[in-house]
Design a protein around this ligand. Structure first.
Ligand SMILES: Nc1ncnc2c1ncn2[C@@H]1O[C@H](COP(=O)(O)OP(=O)(O)OP(=O)(O)O)[C@@H](O)[C@H]1O
Ligand SMILES: [Mg+2]
Length: 315
């Protein structure tokens, strides 16, 4: 078992008497890329802020890189907050160096590293340009460089992909992979699932302030059965009774979950019944479908509970 970069247990936070985070446990292995997924208002930002010690939890504990008090790790942690902001008059290079200096990096070193980061990422023309002359996405990229310029051991990114175009999203994915390859632990929040699917080994799905899933991406995907799509040449025949319950036809295609017994018994019935197979595919659902199912189930449960509570009946 590898060491844990983050271990949080039972984190709770209420705002104005309403629980925003209701007992969250998270364990992030050192050197891994970890995703926190959840819909708007799920509690992702509140959880990240508690992990970092920006806000104090009402209950629960968290250990960051072996420290029980997160603020002690300030010099070895990088944080890109959800609300972005740089000083508009500072140049790109100065802004990066300034953010590094806040984490204990000498300004001169920050300027040198900042210039290298900008040049390596196609922003050479902007090294000495003030932030106010840059586009929103460029400014965000510069803030990201400022987050990693002091070479932190743990990088925490709150919605880092939002506001970036497809090319810059791809660059950010590479940068996150490079950070992890050099031994840095990266944790990021998102509600755009395909980034997590490509980058993470482990994820947590949060909805309504609770963990609804924690584990490997492949385990989340395995929560749903593979989907079969089938088009036959003949529309009718005895073989139709071999289709599993719940099979539905749209646009000439039958769609259904792969039966537990596998595809073979159905294939035999199709062949024996002379159905003629025009198209057949079996697809393993992606993380997006698993996320929608897991978060959707949680939302439906909560709606049922709050409805019952309003009506004064037990859920
Ligand atoms: N400072 C605060 N004061 C009052 N309520 C807050 C505060 N911060 C968060 N909340 C509430 O806590 C809940 C969780 O918010 P949070 O920002 O953690 O969600 P999120 O998962 O990051 O959502 P998003 O995807 O929109 O960023 C929301 O209901 C929000 O209104
Ligand atoms: Mg948020």
């Amino acid at each position: 078992m590898s060491e844990l970069a983050i271990e949080a247990k039972g984190l709770v936070k209420s705002f104005d008497g309403k629980e925003a985070v209701c007992g969250i446990d998270i364990a992030v292995p050192e050197g891994s890329i970890y995703g926190i997924l959840g819909p708007n208002g799920a509690g992702k930002t509140t959880t990240l802020r508690m992990l970092l010690g920006i806000i104090e939890p009402d209950a629960g504990t968290r250990t960051l890189l072996g420290h029980a008090r997160p603020l002690e790790t300030a010099r070895i942690v990088g944080y890109l907050p959800e609300e972005r902001g740089l000083y508009p008059a500072m140049t790109a290079k100065e802004a990066i160096a300034f953010m590094g200096a806040l984490r204990g990096l000498p300004l001169e070193v920050g300027r040198k590293r900042g210039e290298i980061l900008l040049r390596q990422n196609g922003l050479a023309d902007y090294v000495d340009k003030p932030i106010k002359t840059l586009s929103k996405g460029m400014a965000q990229t510069i803030q990201l460089f400022g987050t990693i310029v002091h070479k932190p051991k743990l990088v925490v990114l709150d919605e880092p992909f939002s506001g970036l175009d497809a090319i810059n999203q791809g660059r950010l994915e590479s940068l996150i992979r490079d950070e992890a390859a050099s031994g840095t632990t990266v944790i990021f929040s998102t509600h755009v699932i395909h980034h997590a699917e490509r980058l993470c080994e482990r994820i947590a799905i949060i909805a309504g302030g609770r963990i609804r899933f924690e584990g490997l991406v492949s385990e989340a995907r395995d929560r749903l059965r593979p989907q079969v799509r089938l088009k036959t040449r003949s529309a009718d025949g005895a073989w139709r009774s071999a289709l599993p319950a719940g099979a539905r036809e749209t646009g000439g295609f039958w769609q259904f979950e792969l039966p537990k017994s596998g595809i073979e018994p159905l294939l035999k019935a199709l062949l024996d019944g002379g159905a003629g197979i025009e198209e057949l595919s079996i697809e393993r659902p992606g993380l997006h479908d698993a996320f929608v199912a897991i978060a959707g189930e949680a939302a439906a449960r909560e709606l049922a509970q709050s409805g019952s509570a309003e009506l004064g009946v037990a859920a």
